[in-house]
Design a protein around this ligand. Structure first.
Ligand code: PLP
Length: 370
């Protein structure tokens, strides 16, 4: 974004945090290659920043051919995996031209690939997806071998993939152990590389790491569980810092109500900070009173202090209780999420997970690449 910023909100994307997190993944699973998952515009961070910060990855995994096209035109010569494979057979031509690897998860996709004359071509690297119990995409175990042999006969190179429903849980079905057993049984005796682990499995089930892992959320510095405490030990860094400023301050009296619906009532005379950030920027409207907002003010150990949200988030603004920050004034800088306030903490106070907030950063928010 080259246009000058007038409204003070912006998201800064820190490429050194990206590379730090990628290094952390390598340290956790040193024997696996890494598909960096950059679907949904790199979880809202933008492909440009992902390409810059994750340049040392072994491959990028994404959904849309147009994004693969962008990566190629930006000079990425490494591998690209289309996580849901072909949506229609007409995409094959571009898949070959762009040299993408493909997930194959259903019968139609097998048929489309069979019709391709690969004899004279470089074989396509295929990640054949097993439905090992999540019941979203993939072949049932009973259909897996047939699909494998059909694709093998068509001249493609086939690897084995599945996805865990509960790599971050121990008391939910299907359990990771059940899915792993199902997978081992389904692929027994078939050659090919193995690719199973998402972030949660990389963090908590290293026995699943296989030849390739598929981290997404941990590369962005947020938690698969939605609870930041769960990843504190992993020393990941937030890549996106959503920032704004206080644009006005209201002095209110005891009993005054703040904003739409008057949800927050001032218990005493106090100051309310008005911040330029609302749900049209991607901040969750569901955020409860008490959701942490960090204010950069002098006199504190970490150069700032947390102030609680006070009142309903509006389209363009939100309001905070300034009783913790007597130094706050118009122009005080604010972090909505990022380094000081984990996005997971905002998500938890809003009944969601960090993934949704990161992906939901609104197009109107300028993105600054650091
Ligand atoms: C999104 C996705 C991932 C990454 O999941 P995280 O929880 O973000 O690590 C991995 N594999 C597949 C198939 C996905 O769709």
């Amino acid at each position: 974004m080259n246009s000058p910023i007038n409204r003070p909100i912006f998201a800064s994307i820190h490429s050194e945090a990206f590379s730090h997190n990628l290094t952390r993944v390598r340290e956790l699973v040193p024997n696996s290659k890494i598909w960096s998952v950059v679907k949904a515009n790199a979880y809202g961070h933008g492909f440009e920043s992902a390409l810059k910060g994750l340049a040392d990855t072994d491959g990028f995994a994404l959904l849309d051919l147009q994004d693969a096209r962008w990566l190629r035109s930006s000079g990425w010569e490494g591998r690209i995996l289309l996580l849901e494979g072909l949506f229609q057979p007409s995409e094959l031509e571009d898949v070959l031209r762009l040299n993408c690897d493909l997930v194959v998860h259903c019968e139609n996709q097998v048929t489309w690939l069979e019709s391709l004359q690969t004899k004279s071509l470089k074989p396509i690297q295929i990640y054949l997806k097993l439905n090992s119990g999540m019941n979203r995409l993939g072949f049932k175990p009973s259909a897996y071998r047939t699909a494998f042999h059909r694709l093998h006969s068509a001249g493609h190179e086939i690897h084995h993939m599945s996805h865990f429903a509960n790599a971050d849980q121990i008391d939910k079905y299907p359990t990771l152990g059940q899915q792993l057993d199902c997978f081992s049984e389904a692929i027994e005796g078939l050659h090919g590389e193995i690719c199973l682990a998402n972030s949660a499995a990389i963090l908590w089930h290293r026995n699943t790491s296989g030849n390739w892992v598929r981290p997404g959320i941990m590369l962005y510095g947020a938690s698969p569980t939605g609870n930041f405490d769960d990843i504190r030990h992993a020393h990941l860094e937030a890549v996106m810092h959503l920032k704004s400023e206080i644009i006005d301050i209201q002095l209110v009296s005891a009993g005054d109500h703040i904003g739409y619906g008057g949800r927050f009532m001032a218990p005493e005379a106090m100051r309310i900070g008005i911040i330029a950030c609302g749900y049209a920027d991607g901040y969750p409207r569901q955020a409860k009173d008490g959701t942490p907002v960090w204010l950069e003010v002098p006199g504190f150990e970490k150069k700032g202090v947390i102030c609680p949200l006070a009142g309903q988030v509006a389209m363009d603004m939100l309001t905070v209780d300034l009783r913790n920050a007597p130094q706050a004034k118009i122009g005080t800088k604010v972090e909505l999420w990022g380094k000081q306030v984990p996005v997971d903490d905002v998500a938890r106070m809003s009944g969601t997970i960090g993934y949704e907030l990161l992906c939901g950063l609104a197009p109107r928010v300028p993105v600054l690449l650091k």
